[in-house]
Write a protein that binds this ligand. Sequence first.
Ligand SMILES: [Ca+2]
Ligand SMILES: [Ca+2]
Ligand SMILES: [Ca+2]
Length: 377
Amino acid sequence: MNNYKHSLASWAVLPVSLVLTLGMVGTGGHLIQDGKQTGSNAAQATGDQSSLESKYLHNVRQVTSGFTKAGEGYFSPDGKTIVYQAISDTYPFYQIYKQPLVGGTPQLLSRGRGRTTCAYFSPDGKKILFASSHTDPQLDKTEADAIRQAEEDARNNVRRRYQWDFDPHMEIYEANLDGKNLTPLTNAPGYDAEGAYSVDGKSIAFCSMRDGDPDIFLMNSDGSNLRQITNAPGYDGGPFVSPDGNWIVFRSDREKKDYLQIHVIGVDGQNETALTDNNGVNWGPYWHPTQPYLIWSGADHSDPTKRPNYDLWVMKYKIEDGKFIGGEKTRITDNIAADVLPVFSPDGRKLMWTSTRTENRTSQLFIADVTLPGEER
Ligand SMILES: [Ca+2]
Ligand SMILES: [Ca+2]
Ligand SMILES: [Ca+2]
């Protein structure tokens, strides 16, 4: 087993698609929102919007509450249900929940034990995949250690530097929509996670550390026909296959450790291009379903005395002679809170992302109607 770890300079420098640290101390401790697991389609007002945000985002509403924190949400193919990860007050690690956007309460899909992350609906709407470490043979100890650490941090008022240890017991599973019939799709030493189906449902792009370094892989949606797409030293993760099925967008810190940049690469492993190259962290890229746009979250880390403000950026792109060409970047949020992990709805009209723009500053999921640059009202 490897013990690859990213030690991070601040909560914001996240190597994986997780929001484990958005302004929070440890885990398992403090239930916010009046101590009630209210479930949450209770839309909440989010205050006045800035002039920048009001050009691109309308009808901003909070869609999760009652959790210690929640994030990394994805839409079902019909756009009516979301799947996401959340931490409750009773367990130290993220679990996977599904929730109808209208009139529903969260339903636990994962096993209730172990670390979980990165859920995704299959395009036919019949399965959900996610990564889970519930087969960890030392799970009791893993949980006890996490709980003890969280309690100690709470007692000492420690705001712990973020560290995600690429749990080597993470495997990717598929399950029915109710969480039943959980079936492993990977079975290899090391971290396998951050999976998402291609639009045709035939393949899954994911991150694996099976050779000791995090790289992008593709496999058929039944786990067969494994293909390694990247093999550069450094973290390559959070991959999504493009709507036309030809490209994979992902994030990589191969140029400078922990400074993630957005890359695209052909599904054949050719024509890799870096779309960002700055003194910051750029992560959580996602494709618009119908228009040639990418979206991601980025923050400037060039001034160590300033707290980086994570905001959402979109880029128009074009493909010419088989090459992927990135265009102008447009910032679409400027809230002082962290804004990360954006995804478009299947019809492209809504945006869902994880933000700490909540009353209690916990990270929760938000949805807005979105207007792309060039189409501003
Ligand atoms: Ca594994
Ligand atoms: Ca790599
Ligand atoms: Ca922000």
